[in-house]
Design a protein around this ligand. Structure first.
Ligand SMILES: [Zn+2]
Length: 211
């Protein structure tokens, strides 16, 4: 008998007991939890003004690494979107703006200064430092966030930790997931089960087409 039992669950952590599934299935599920579920990350940055000490590339990199709250119900990955546009549309990208303005004191620009056009898709943590600005220095950027997968770039990783251990019985595996908060740990596992089913179906069809 196959069963999934949630042993522990909080916003960013989940521990699931998998019973009666092969080790290969459990490990495939672990890998999909880690880098196979789409999350939002900043993918294109237009630097309008940057007089900070950090080079444009440095600013872009820091923005790209910010974990963003992800809503999979309203958005699709650019490759699956009907718009077929490099810029994207309201279904496959979210525009974020950052404008430091002027100041005569030293300050740190943080993820909180990034304003998103979407009410859900925004930085998970508002206090991540992006760059320190000296008096008179300015930073103004336009950033485009898109859905992507960690298998392409680590900025899109759906979980930070995914560990599989043996359960008390021979047919039990324990899967522990920790996320950065783009999705809840529960959402990651649920989506990973669906993703694995989809991949197995596609694999079966490929095999069937060969024979
Ligand atoms: Zn689109």
């Amino acid at each position: 008998m196959t069963s999934f039992e949630i042993i522990e669950e909080s916003e960013n952590n989940i521990v699931v007991k998998l019973k009666g599934v092969p080790l290969q299935y459990a490990n495939a599920l672990r890998r999909i939890c880690l880098s196979g579920i789409p999350t939002f990350a900043i993918d294109d940055v237009v630097i309008i003004e940057n007089t900070s000490v950090l080079a444009d590339e440095g600013v872009s990199h820091r923005l790209a690494m910010l974990p963003l709250k992800t809503d999979l119900a309203r958005f699709v990955e650019p490759s699956a979107c009907d718009c077929h546009s490099d810029l994207g549309c309201s279904r496959c990208r979210v525009l974020m703006m950052l404008d430091s303005g002027n100041s005569d004191t030293t300050r740190t620009i943080t993820s909180q200064d990034l304003s998103s056009e979407d009410e859900v898709v925004k930085p998970v943590n508002p206090s991540v430092p992006i760059v320190a600005l000296a008096p008179g220095q300015k930073l103004k950027v336009e950033a485009y966030a898109r859905l992507g997968r960690g298998s392409e770039h680590a900025k899109w990783n759906s979980a930070t930790v995914a560990v599989l251990t043996q359960g008390n019985n021979a047919d039990e595996h324990i899967l522990a997931i920790e996320t950065v908060g783009s999705l809840t740990a529960g959402q990651v596992v649920k989506n990973a089960v669906e993703e694995l089913e989809k991949r197995l179906d596609e694999f079966q069809q490929t095999i069937a087409a060969l024979s």
